[in-house]
Design a protein around this ligand. Structure first.
Ligand code: NAP
Ligand code: MG
Length: 453
């Protein structure tokens, strides 16, 4: 074990230290999780439901502390951090309704009865990135637990504090030991072990497409189940007939929320040629008005980036030749700050228009007609989210069906609700999280035939 320091990205000051797990401790935790899975799967559905509700209540009682911890560890605004802790509570409550509803089928057959069961997998490994430490953890562990699996969870090395706290709350709530364990440590050590350890039957990974690809390849060796939530380069498509005021007023939140460190960020705004200049004029005051600063302040809308290294990476996308239309503001002094930035690429193939930046930079591009808008939106290996702004309901539906993306919104940027399915097309991922089928992704279907003759 080595001791690692956690840094507040808004102040660059140390917040806490934690013990990073080595291979030996990881293996021991996985062995305990495998042992606990034997009895957890046999806990009566109603009792498992009650325990998950108690876990939700423990998160609710600790909501302000969890939120403050996230502000200090991740630089999230206090408003966002409260929503994130509340999301863990809500996902637990929602999934607490699943144990009694994991229904099988009875299928007509000759000479007997045929029934199906939803069997738990065993141990599930959840690997979480630094951008949304609480919600992304909950989307994996809550339905996995509901379906009767035990969980080992690896938070990102930069942002382990709220996960560590959730690992305490689960015990306060009365869930049996080792049903849900948090293992802070390195991706190359703890995360890789989830991939290679035969007792871990499924890996749920959220993070970069690059690492996700490696996880999938590693899991293939054991035909291990995998859910991947990866990157995005989502399009916000604004047609000339749209409510341009509303489209421009909401576009900053659609991309700059969480300082753009969001896989669903609408980081390309595609605007119909006839209203391109008008839209850019309307967008400018909205971008300048984004309140960037101390994330603990109630009125702050955007905090810092997660680390100095990440800020350098983000800044590298704005080259000397890049046309910057305008930027917002950011504090000076300590902290990994970067202002909201609007760029006008020379072509749709510029790096700023094709790569996931994961920071507060948005590329605005013109299009001629519906066909070109769809072609541009789909000219990417990603396919996670996107928005369509139009007053024409037929067009809204046509474009929604044509854009190759898992989560779209019309005249809105809302694409995450715990009771609707979430996930990506193409290289944005594999499988779906949340929604009514969330627990099924953590089961195997077993078919049993019983002869009656
Ligand atoms: P990452 O490298 O994909 O890391 C995500 C998680 O996977 C972390 O917990 C990481 O652990 C772990 N990990 C890393 N390598 C692993 C391996 N070989 N085996 C198992 N687990 C492994 O993402 P990142 O470095 O945090 O961010 C890099 C870029 O990825 C970002 O700039 C952004 O473009 C993208 N990203 C996307 C999302 C998303 O939600 N789609 C989220 C985060 C990042 P460590 O703590 O040791 O790194
Ligand atoms: Mg990484």
């Amino acid at each position: 074990m080595t001791t690692v320091q956690v840094i507040n990205p808004a102040t660059e000051q140390p917040v806490a230290t934690f013990e990073s797990m080595d291979l030996e401790r990881t293996d021991a935790a996985i062995a305990r999780a495998a042992a606990a899975a034997v009895s957890w799967r046999d806990v009566a559905p109603g009792d498992r439901a009650r325990l998950l509700r108690r876990f939700a209540a423990a998160v609710d009682a600790d909501l302000e502390q969890l939120a403050r911890l996230e502000v200090a560890n991740s630089g999230h605004t206090i408003g966002n951090a409260r929503w994130e802790a509340g999301n863990v509570r809500d996902v637990l409550d929602y999934c607490a309704g699943m144990p009694e509803r994991l229904l099988g089928s009875q299928i007509p057959v000759a000479g007997g009865v045929d029934i199906t069961f939803c069997e738990p997998l065993g141990v599930v490994g959840v690997i979480v990135p630094w951008n949304f430490p609480m919600p992304i953890a909950g989307w994996g562990f809550a339905p996995a637990l509901a379906a009767g699996n035990t969980v080992v969870l690896k938070p990102a090395e930069l942002t382990p504090l709220t996960a560590i706290r959730l690992g305490e709350l689960v015990l306060e709530a009365g869930l049996p030991h080792d049903v849900f364990q948090v293992l802070p440590g390195k991706g190359s050590v703890v995360g890789q072990r989830f991939v290679t350890h035969p007792a871990v039957r499924k890996v749920v990974f959220t993070g970069s497409t690059e690492v996700g690809r490696e996880i999938m390849a590693g899991c293939a060796r054991q035909v291990k189940r995998v859910t991947l939530e990866l990157g995005g380069k989502s399009a916000n498509i604004v047609f000339a007939d749209a409510d341009l005021q509303a489209a421009a007023a909401t576009a900053p939140a659609g991309v700059f929320d969480n300082a753009g460190q969001d896989c669903c960020a609408r980081s390309r705004i595609l605007v119909q040629r006839g209203v391109f200049d008008t839209f850019l004029e309307l967008l400018e005051p909205a971008v300048r008005a984004v309140r960037v600063g101390d994330p603990a302040e109630e009125s702050t809308e955007m905090g810092p980036l997660i680390s100095a290294e990440h800020r350098d990476r983000v800044a590298g996308f704005v080259e000397d030749s890049t046309t910057v239309a305008y930027t917002g503001t950011n504090p000076s002094g300590p902290g990994f700050w970067y202002p909201p930035t609007v760029v006008l690429p020379d072509s749709a193939s510029d790096r700023v228009a094709t790569e996931e930046i994961f920071g507060p930079i948005v590329a605005v591009l013109p299009f001629e007609d519906e066909a070109e808008a769809i072609a541009l939106a789909n000219a990417t290996d990603y396919g996670l989210s996107g928005s369509i702004w139009t007053r024409d309901v037929g067009r809204a539906l046509r474009v929604s069906r044509a854009v190759e993306s898992g989560n779209l919104s019309v005249n809105s940027h809302a694409s995450v609700r715990y009771w609707t399915p979430f996930g990506g097309f193409k290289q944005s991922g594999l499988g779906r999280e949340l929604g009514p089928d969330a627990a099924r992704a953590f089961t195997e279907t077993k078919n049993v035939f019983i002869a009656t003759e």
